[in-house]
Design a protein around this ligand. Sequence first.
Ligand code: AMP
Length: 213
Amino acid sequence: MNIILFGPPGAGKGTQAQYIVKNYNFFQISTGDLLRNATKNKSELAAKIEKITSKGEFVSDEIVNELIEKSISKLIFKKPIIFDGYPRNMSQVNHLEIILNNFNQKISFVIFLNVSREIIEKRILGRMTCSKCNLTLNEYSNSKEIETHPCGKEFLIKRRDDDKGVAISRYDIYMEKTKPVLDFYSTKEGFHEIDGSLKIDQITNKIDDILRV
Ligand code: AMP
């Protein structure tokens, strides 16, 4: 049972993916994380990825598809996979189908977290991620948790692509380019839309309803 978690940047995909990983024993593949990891070394490719992601644009299918293929082939038969941030366009949809078919696997659920641009702006601008444990918090809604974070609050950092201009363009680019993907999956069995403006635990309850059938 593999899942695609779908929704614009800041919709809460990462948070809900962490919940599913922990409670349903999945592996998470996040193309955003794969790309951020790929920028950590000093190479021409790393510089290219950094340049594109810092503007909020999409990295080429060639690069993303190669990263995803490597991750899938490492993880596929060990646990089910939750895809976070992939596929983002129809070419990636087709590529994913081919890889999964090769492994005799399929997508069982596509969960769409639908959130307005206004809410996304606030969420993205306040978002901080721990560089040690990867926990994501928000400075507007988690001030207490930030102060008492076990790794130390100095490890909570803002992503470089989380400033206002980039946040808005990431949202717009996502909505524009990813609409055909949404249209494609929304007609398929296993598609569920959740109001992503709900509280985190209200969303997890809805995810439980979907996955516990
Ligand atoms: P995310 O963490 O999913 O918001 O991704 C961060 C950035 O990585 C995006 O704004 C894109 O620049 C890039 N990215 C992530 N996933 C993809 C993808 N599937 N295709 C192209 N670019 C991607």
